[in-house]
Design a protein around this ligand. Sequence first.
Ligand code: AMP
Length: 286
Amino acid sequence: MLEIERDPKRMRAWVLAAQAAGRRVGFVPTMGSLHAGHASLVDCAAHECDDVAVSIFVNPTQFGPHEDFERYPRSLDADCRLMEAHGVGKVFAPEASVIYPPGDATRIVVCGPARRFEGEVRPGHFEGVATVVCRLFLSVPADVAYFGAKDWQQTLVVKRMVCDLGLPIDLVVCPTLREPDGLAMSSRNAYLSPEERARALALFESLTRAEQLWLAGDAASGIEQAMRDVLTARGITVDYAAVVDPLTLEPLSLKDPHGPKEKAVALVAGRVGATRLIDNRELPPR
Ligand code: AMP
């Protein structure tokens, strides 16, 4: 039976009691509007842990002033039904005033992997992400937390923070779940009209093109241009299309002027009408 907990202290006590009883606790932080991609993280957690907690919190500090915080889809009842069907015992759904108490003035700033891409296009975004993830980890002191590779850069930022602050939690990154045609599942897909939904597939197609060219030996700059061409041909406004080092997100050419022999990651972000979508693909060593 799933229980909703709104109080951080009681949430923390639940986790500590489970651990005191020798149970391994997994944690999946989310912003709700849950779909099969979120459920896949839960399934992964349930496979490796005795108890699974999911947080549902639309975090105001990771949205820019002109972004979609107000209209971000919220569906707590449906979310809880889905989580219960996947065996979740506890949903942590705090009020914003609990996570950010009156007078709140503390932030966590991650440099390094947070600098480029989402960090450039969405100033303050990763500061909001790092701050809320750290606060959620205090309320849900689980053994292990699960994040989706769908938000590749976010996984690097959270890993950096956990390492630098010495937070006692393991991180697991799970693969991106996709619609049958390849579009990455996202809560924001709900914003798309049927016509935009069809055009949004260009993100996936740009990554497929990137992988083909990567395996054919092309340089990052040429691959990036080809990705842009795929996106703009479908009327998508490109925020970035990049092939970079998968751990540092730095250009590959700086690392090895004779051509990359190691893995890379292709990152893409663009706007389909008013909806901003991101996706990525790991590129194998060649
Ligand atoms: P969000 O609710 O968008 O903040 O996402 C919560 C977690 O679910 C994050 O770790 C995301 O990376 C992950 N996630 C979102 N979409 C997917 C997907 N399609 N496949 C796997 N994980 C996902």
